[in-house]
Design a protein around this ligand. Structure first.
Ligand code: F6P
Length: 323
């Protein structure tokens, strides 16, 4: 393989730039030409593709976002869109791809290989940490630290005003950010999509706390919780408790930006190089991941299809530590 291309797709995540840098520098080291595809699959379809060199990735290791930009492509979901993308890659002579993204990105790459035979190796880039085949995804650690920082600040004001706060963190289908930031921030309760927590349970836990003379409480809610988002949950709880000073804080997209943590930069660098070297060694339709400090490759089928279980011990811990 002499010509490869790299792109970022789906929700951006801090550390994606460090990952791009590692793949590009790795390609140069191995004497392979590397191209950058802008705006994910949309850019692939439109031929928004440029050659990259060592300087293209200078001074980006510390930057959030992605220099290649990202998109959630609708057109790539169609056969016609993928046909156009294939033709663009042919124009540039690109033989293999490195995709930094999440399950939607890898689903697209898998179908693309089945139809057009272009191999892809993925690097898990999503703040959600919801991919099977790696202990952590790129951006997760930074997002947790961002959420934690916000929770610490909310605690100050919650305490000053004797208020109950529902803090919503990202996680469409997963509670990883919620559970980690909740434990780190000393939340009374964490609500995640993986475990059912009824409104009755929420009320009784809060009530028990107030009976023990707690004056303020923080409940961290993953946006995809089965009881609804933080706003909806707050409404349900509010109508059934005596405490009327209830506030909601939605952290939103600030969790996706910012300087990547040391952990994310190192993880991203390992995965960027791992994805590139995997591709050059003939790996295809796999995601590079780090499990127990070792670089491993997991098929897209498994990484998309299998669920990475949330550690139930952490859930149990929240309850104990808020006593
Ligand atoms: O997939 C990562 C993620 O940040 C989810 O946690 C969140 O639900 C979603 O992306 C938001 O996506 P968008 O930026 O397209 O609104």
């Amino acid at each position: 393989m002499k010509k490869v291309a790299i792109f970022t797709s789906g929700g951006d995540a801090p550390g994606m730039n460090a990952c791009i840098r590692a793949s590009v520098r790795g390609a140069i080291y191995h004497g392979v030409e590397i191209f950058g595809i802008y705006r994910g699959y949309d850019g692939m379809i439109e031929g928004d593709i440029e050659p990259m060199n060592s300087y293209s990735v200078s001074n980006i290791i510390q930057k959030g976002g992605t220099i290649l930009k990202s998109a959630r492509s609708i057109e790539f979901r169609t056969k016609e869109g993928r046909q156009k993308a294939y033709e663009q890659l042919q124009k540039f002579g690109i033989e293999g791809l490195i995709a930094i993204g999440g399950d939607g990105t890898f689903t697209g790459a898998k179908v693309f290989y089945e139809e057009f035979g272009i191999p892809t190796v993925g690097a898990p880039g999503t703040i959600d940490n919801d991919l099977y085949g790696t202990d952590y995804t790129i951006g997760f650690d930074t997002a947790v630290n961002t959420a934690l920082d916000a929770i610490d600040k909310i605690r100050d004001t919650a305490n000053s005003h004797n208020r109950l706060f529902f803090v919503e963190v990202m996680g469409r289908d997963s509670g990883y950010i919620a559970i980690r930031s909740g434990i780190g921030g000393g939340a009374e309760l964490v609500m995640v999509p993986e475990t059912a927590t009824s409104i009755t349970e929420v009320i009784s836990t809060l009530q028990e706390g107030w009976n023990r003379k707690k004056t303020s409480s923080i409940v961290v809610v993953a946006e995809g919780d089965e009881e609804g988002n933080a706003m909806e949950i707050a409404e349900k709880v509010k109508s059934q408790i005596h405490m009327k000073d209830v506030k909601v804080s939605i952290l939103g997209h600030i969790q996706r930006g910012g300087t990547p943590s040391a952990q994310d930069r190192i993880l991203a660098s390992r995965l960027g190089l791992g994805a590139l070297e995997g591709l050059l060694n003939g790996e295809k339709n796999v995601m590079a991941g780090i499990i127990n400090e070792k670089l491993v490759y997991t098929s897209f089928e498994e990484s998309i299809g299998k669920t990475k279980e949330l550690n139930q011990d952490l859930i149990r811990m929240v309850k104990i530590l808020s006593v």
